[in-house]
Design a binder for this molecule. Structure first.
Ligand SMILES: Nc1ncnc2c1ncn2[C@@H]1O[C@H](COP(=O)(O)OP(=O)(O)OP(=O)(O)O)[C@@H](O)[C@H]1O
Ligand SMILES: [Mg+2]
Length: 496
């Protein structure tokens, strides 16, 4: 149905796609995989008319097409659900769903608000979501907003739906519903392009998989005829070896202790200790309060009750600045709104958390700044045309690396990582794990929130588990299995 061939694209002379091909059959789910910055999103932005190609051909239903804008692609039924959400936060759910396609009374322009709200309820319930259509969209969780975006694509009678990392912020249950819907639509002949770094998902739902590396086409495979290792080798171009590097751990004295931490309405009575050189995992389902606990330690939320100690001394953190003064760093899970200033360059984003170090008497020490930024670009293998590139134009995984670089620069003694590898490819994940290990070995105390259980088990020395705002368990390295952690996370429900 869709055939893209010989596609090339450069940004300011920087080639990001070169002679790439891709095809999509009727009723298939076709995965697009590759490392961060390989060119997946760019390829799909070309297919949907957002970017124009420098060379190559796109054929839809046997006819060559030229897209000048996303509208042209939409007319042929091509819709993209982007990696970055596109909902307008101040509009209601129903307004977002019908944006640009509002139902009106004839040509009067008067809106059929009631009807749109009713349709919205119907549409969302198909995706297992009961939401008041008058809710302000920005008040919903990222996961729910993602589902609304998917509902919007489905409602537009799309024939080809591109999903760019749709599940990064979804809970397991939401993912299940999403997959059910995708399979139903597939049975009706709708085709999907599915971009994800989660191999398990790709093998669960896709029919074929195309692999890109460094802006080049590597190959295509039928899912039943390939396996995890072959795909990784095609993506990375080398043997990856162990997923979780070894750590030589010398766990020291207690660095951070929290006692009876409570924020009314969010979590109660959280107590734990974190030692120097230790990686303490925090597991739990989405919405269990893990992020809120981290934000509170970082001075971003006001305590209702409880105490925080560093090196045995009680501290009072009223703001993130206070927390930073106490040597705490915080890599947030939400890089787009909390982690980065998207319009700033990589350089400015990194130095933002390090202004004191990069300046004297209020004047920037350019050389110091430049060498610090260059070091992190190199150490973290940030794929970029240079330190002046805007954070906005980086690929998702490379944005994540900039957030991490920013906090590494502060040389924290306590580092809180909230979903540190979200949207990061398998090779870069290993680099991040390596950095976490190095920090721990040098004595940094690390609190790592993660929804990926293999990551928790592979990296943490100890894990605490939260459920509905309470601490429900603590597991040592020897006893760490997915089953045990899930049991604490779900309150002993049947583990599936
Ligand atoms: N508007 C732009 N201006 C400049 N460079 C860009 C722009 N858009 C993308 N790039 C560059 O193109 C390359 C490919 O990016 P792309 O977003 O397609 O990667 P990706 O495969 O989707 O990666 P990820 O898995 O991290 O999302 C990156 O090096 C990125 O910095
Ligand atoms: Mg991308």
């Amino acid at each position: 149905m869709i055939q893209m061939s010989g596609i090339s694209k450069a940004f300011n002379g920087n080639v990001v796609l070169e002679n790439v091909q891709f095809e999509l059959a009727k009723g298939e789910i076709h995965a697009l995989m590759g490392e961060n910055g390989a060119g997946k999103s760019t390829m799909m932005k070309i297919l949907s008319g957002i970017y124009t190609k420098d060379a190559g051909e796109i054929m839809v239903d046997g006819e060559t097409v030229q897209f000048k804008s996303p509208k042209d692609a939409e007319k042929l039924g091509i819709v993209v659900i982007h990696q970055e959400l596109n909902m307008l936060p101040d509009l209601t759910v129903a307004q977002n769903l019908f944006l640009g396609k509002e139902l009106t009374y004839g040509k009067t322009g008067i809106l059929k608000t009631r009807q749109m709200e009713k349709e919205a309820i119907k549409l969302l319930s198909k995706l297992g979501l009961t939401i008041n259509p008058r809710t302000r969209t920005g008040d919903l969780s990222v996961g729910k907003q993602q589902i609304i975006e998917i509902a919007k694509a489905i409602a537009s009678d799309a024939k080809y739906i591109v999903m760019d990392e749709p599940t990064a912020a979804l809970t397991d249950r939401e993912i299940e519903t999403l997959f059910k819907t995708v399979n139903e639509l597939k049975a009706k002949g709708i085709s999907f392009v599915y971009i994800s770094h989660r191999m398990e998902e790709i093998f669960a739902i896709c029919d074929r998989i195309t692999i890109l590396r460094d802006g080049q086409y590597v190959g295509v495979r039928n899912i039943p005829e390939t396996n995890f290792d072959e795909i990784v080798a095609m993506m990375v171009g080398r043997e990856l070896g162990e997923r979780f590097p070894e750590r030589n751990c010398k766990i020291g004295e207690t660095k951070l202790e929290v006692r009876n931490l409570t924020v009314n309405g969010l979590f109660q009575d959280i107590s734990f200790k974190l030692k120097k050189g230790e990686v303490l995992g925090v597991a739990g389902l989405m919405g269990s309060g893990r992020t809120e606990v981290a934000q509170t330690i970082f001075g971003y939320r006001k305590l209702s009750n409880g105490e925080i100690f560093i090196d045995g001394k009680k501290i009072n953190v009223k703001s993130p600045i206070d927390a930073m003064k106490h040597g705490i760093g915080f890599v947030t899970e939400d890089r787009k709104t909390e982690g980065l200033v998207l319009d700033f360059s990589i350089k400015d984003n990194i130095s933002l958390a390090n202004l004191e170090k990069c300046s004297s008497s209020g004047i920037m020490k350019k050389e110091h700044e430049n060498s610090m930024v260059a070091k992190y670009i190199k150490d973290l293998k940030i794929r970029t045309s240079g330190p002046e590139q805007s954070a906005k134009s980086l690929s998702g995984g490379n944005q994540q690396k900039v957030v991490i670089a920013k906090w590494l620069g502060t040389e924290p003694e306590i580092l809180i990582l909230d979903e540190p590898t979200r949207g990061v490819d398998i090779g870069a994940k290993k680099e991040i794990y390596h950095i976490i290990n190095q920090l721990a070995e040098s004595g940094v105390a690390i609190l790592m929130i993660s929804s990926e259980l293999p990551e928790v088990i592979g990296m943490a020395d100890r894990v605490i588990v939260m459920q509905e705002g309470k601490l429900t368990g603590e597991v040592n390295k020897e006893h760490m299995t997915q089953e045990v952690i899930m049991q604490y996370a779900t309150g002993g429900e049947q583990v599936v």
